[in-house]
Design a binder for this molecule. Structure first.
Ligand code: NAD
Ligand code: GDD
Length: 329
């Protein structure tokens, strides 16, 4: 029988890739978002545009039974968005409302299986001060001390999903994503994360130019290519584990190392100008022991392989936007 699936946040980066994969599997997919997907206009079997903070709209979205529900819609961005301080109330109000509405509607309809995308941003800031040895093991989440309101909302919502599991027996699956990147992600406009931002800056630079890097570039992160994120998401959703499980790469690099990697891929000799900017935690890396133990699987692709595909896509977007400006001029 054809599997019936709902993807909330289908107009976004990860949601768009997830819908494509589910369609390839032969699923019937209803995608929902407040906007259409920027790069794939006919994505999903059926697409509903509307605000998931609106309970009446959510009732229309959850008007049938689904075999699987993926709740990825959120007010989301990279360091420039979540650490600016300007967006905290909107992030918390928007994302918490979506999760409250979706869980209530799914519970009323007795829809069991639901996936929620939490974040590495829930981990306590005090465990991420040493760039060489951050602790992001799943059981290190408490005592809670996320470094952003975005992280606090994610932690609240994780608990909300777990409460529906305990009280109503919902088949909940929670992942903590660690900085996901790839083609068709936000690459400009203020919400872009470091991989796309660095690709854009280097694509726009001349062969021996200088680019701006926030901070001293010695802060560490790991970055997961989107295809492996989708693979991990489906494996977790279809497993007996409710999580929360890290879905991330454990190939930790400094931001300076990532800049050098992208410069090498681009074939440019890029110089770095370190400037003040929103930094977030000093070090972060995905701890993959639990996912390996639980799912007998963990991401394994190299950062370089993902950056090669991402740089090719971002530089194409940069060229197209230059061409559009020239046409207008
Ligand atoms: P994204 O911003 O590309 O996608 C989120 C989508 O949610 C957007 O298309 C947005 O329009 C939609 N949305 C927001 N508010 C809405 C509303 N009120 N009604 C309907 N739609 C609404 O982000 P993404 O990178 O695809 O992230 C997907 C999920 O994974 C999010 O929950 C995010 O917090 C989580 N996550 C992502 C990362 C990452 O590195 N990309 C890391 C950790 C967690
Ligand atoms: N975005 C961006 N742009 N970051 C830069 C830049 C730049 O031009 N230059 C240096 N950085 C640095 C940031 O200061 C930060 O220290 C690091 O690169 C990583 O930044 P981001 O990729 O924007 O975000 P993050 O890793 O701190 O947090 C992201 O990942 C979380 C999950 O791991 C965010 O997208 C969160 O929303 C997400 O939950």
């Amino acid at each position: 029988m054809t599997k019936s699936v709902l993807v909330c946040g289908a107009g976004g980066f990860i949601g768009g890739h997830l819908v494509r994969r589910l369609l390839e599997e032969g699923c019937w997919v209803r995608g929902v978002d407040s906007k259409r997907h920027e790069y794939a206009s006919h994505l999903a079997t059926e697409f509903m545009v509307g605000d998931l903070c609106d309970q009446q709209f959510v009732a229309k979205v959850v008007d049938r039974d689904y075999d699987e529900v993926y709740q990825l819609a959120a007010d989301m961005g990279g360091a420039g968005y979540i650490f600016s301080g300007e967006n905290d109330a909107a992030i918390m109000q928007n994302s918490a409302s979506i999760n409250l509405n979706m869980l209530d509607a799914c519970h009323r309809r007795t829809i069991g299986r639901i996936f929620y995308s939490s974040s590495a941003c829930i981990y306590p800031a005090y465990n991420q001060t040493d760039p060489d040895n951050p602790n992001c093991a799943e059981d290190s989440a408490y005592p809670a001390a996320p470094d952003s309101e975005y992280g606090w909302e994610k932690l609240f919502s994780e608990r909300l999903y777990m409460a529906y599991r305990h009280n109503y027996g919902m088949d909940v699956h929670v992942a903590r994503y660690h900085n996901i990147f790839g083609p068709e992600g936000t690459w400009t406009g203020g919400r872009e994360k470091a991989p796309a931002a660095i690709c854009r800056k280097i694509a726009m630079a001349a062969a021996e130019d200088e680019i701006e890097v926030w901070g001293d570039g010695c802060q560490t992160r790991s970055f997961l290519y989107v295809d492996e994120c989708i693979e991990g998401t489906l494996r977790l959703m279809r497993s007996g584990s409710c999580g929360p499980l890290n879905i991330g790469s454990d190939e930790m690099v400094t931001i300076n190392q990532m800049v050098d990697l992208v410069a090498d891929i681009a074939g440019k000799k890029i110089h770095k100008r370190h400037i003040p900017g929103p930094l977030g935690v000093r070090g972060r890396n995905s701890d993959n022991r639990l996912i390996r133990e639980t799912l007998d699987w963990a991401p394994s692709d190299s950062l370089r392989a993902g950056l090669e595909k991402t740089y090719a896509w971002v530089s194409q977007q940069v060229e197209q936007s230059f061409a559009a400006v020239e046409r207008v001029a």
